[in-house]
Design a protein around this ligand. Structure first.
Ligand code: PLP
Length: 365
């Protein structure tokens, strides 16, 4: 079986080879600094005793699992510390598909491309439910396609790429659908610290033994390279997930887990607020400049991506390459996220040069 390499890599490689200055708005790699407590934790770790350089408990450092459990108001036994949210999603989807409860995975269109990739890798079959122009998911549309074959419903809120934040009613209804068809609702909340609408509420507030919540610290602490995330499983599914995690990875990196724990304990709320304020300003500056460029765009309620549409310039790989070469701006082709946004381009606001990029786009168009 062939695995599809995510398109991100092709775009990033193309931009890196370009013969000119390019503002990189391709991937979700934050450009802002990690919390100071995380750096302090890492410094300290270098002098830790030899035992601290050996395998941690497979399910994660106990202190980190307890800290996560307390913050998320769940039982620490339900928490598995994973190699990023990426592995948490993989474990959750694998568990859903291995339960002999169907092989269909319901995803949204547009979609975070790793979900359909993981679905086919795990032998599942993806069914896509379109969201509306503003990225809103109608749970009734999910109910309409769901059946006894449905093993899993995967949603992401706040959403990449649309910026939508799903309300608690939607999450409750999705959990109801999962319960009705003995499926698992997987809620990827990796952007949970990036809600500008005040409407975000974790799926953990929905009481159901048919939902798994996944998240991580890549975005909230600006540490995509650390690879620390977690999943909160229902009690009856957690042991099997822990075993798969052990067989695939043994554990997530111990120094990274410890540094994240130190950062959780030593970082005031202002760190996250300041990051949100900075991103809000970026979103405003970027979308103002898109107005000047005559583009249609989405203003995100959460996460840090803006989708834009330029008249007569569909979001194909070819056009993305043209923008890199001719405008000096690198984004993602909308077609990477599914059929519904193939006219659009996605720009990640992870550069202080976002307004400069928008000016380049305005000049170009
Ligand atoms: C929706 C979504 N889920 C998961 C991930 C991966 O997160 P992590 O770095 O925690 O594995 C990303 C990264 O961009 C993402 O956008």
């Amino acid at each position: 079986m062939e695995y599809d390499e995510p398109l991100f890599f092709r775009v990033m490689q193309y931009a890196a080879r370009a013969d000119r200055d390019v503002v990189d708005m391709v991937s979700g790699n934050p450009d802002w600094d990690a919390p100071p407590a995380l750096r302090d934790g890492l410094h300290e770790y270098a002098d830790a005793p030899t035992e601290a350089f050996q395998y941690p408990p497979s399910e994660g450092l106990r202190g980190l699992r307890e800290e996560i459990a307390e913050r998320r108001n769940v039982d620490a036994a339900q928490v598995v510390v994973t190699v990023g949210t990426a592995e948490a999603n993989y474990l959750a989807m694998a568990r859903a598909l291995e339960r002999d409860a169907g092989d269909e995975v319901i995803l949204t269109d547009p979609v975070y491309p790793y979900y359909p990739g993981k679905t086919s890798m795990l032998g599942g079959r993806a069914t896509f439910v379109p969201v509306d122009d503003r990225g809103r998911l109608d749970a009734a549309d999910v109910r309409e396609v769901a059946s006894e074959d449905t093993a899993c419903i995967v949603v992401n809120t706040p959403n990449n790429p649309t910026g939508a934040v799903y309300g608690p009613d939607t999450m409750r209804e999705l959990a109801d659908v999962a319960e009705e068809y003995d499926a698992l609702l997987v809620a990827d909340e990796v952007y949970d610290h990036f809600d500008y609408s005040g409407r975000f509420e974790s799926a953990l507030s929905v009481d159901s033994d048919h939902r798994v919540v996944t998240s991580g610290f890549s975005k909230s602490m600006a540490i995509t390279g650390f690879r620390v995330g977690y999943a909160v499983f229902p009690h009856d599914l957690v042991e099997a997930a822990k075993t798969r995690h052990m067989l695939v990875n043994i554990s997530a990196s111990r120094p990274a887990q410890q540094a994240v724990l130190d950062a959780l304990q030593g970082t005031p709320a202002e760190y996250y607020e300041e990051t949100r304020d900075m991103l809000r300003e970026r979103i405003d500056a970027f979308t103002d400049a898109l107005d000047a460029a005559g583009a249609e765009y989405t203003t995100p309620d959460g996460a840090f991506y803006v989708m834009a549409r330029f008249d007569g310039f569909p979001g194909t790989m070819e056009n993305v390459q043209r923008l890199i070469d001719e405008a000096g701006v690198a984004g993602m082709p909308g077609e990477a996220f599914g059929e519904s946004r193939s006219d659009w381009l996605r720009f990640a606001l992870v550069t202080p040069r976002a307004d400069e990029a928008a000016e380049r786009l305005a000049d170009y168009f």
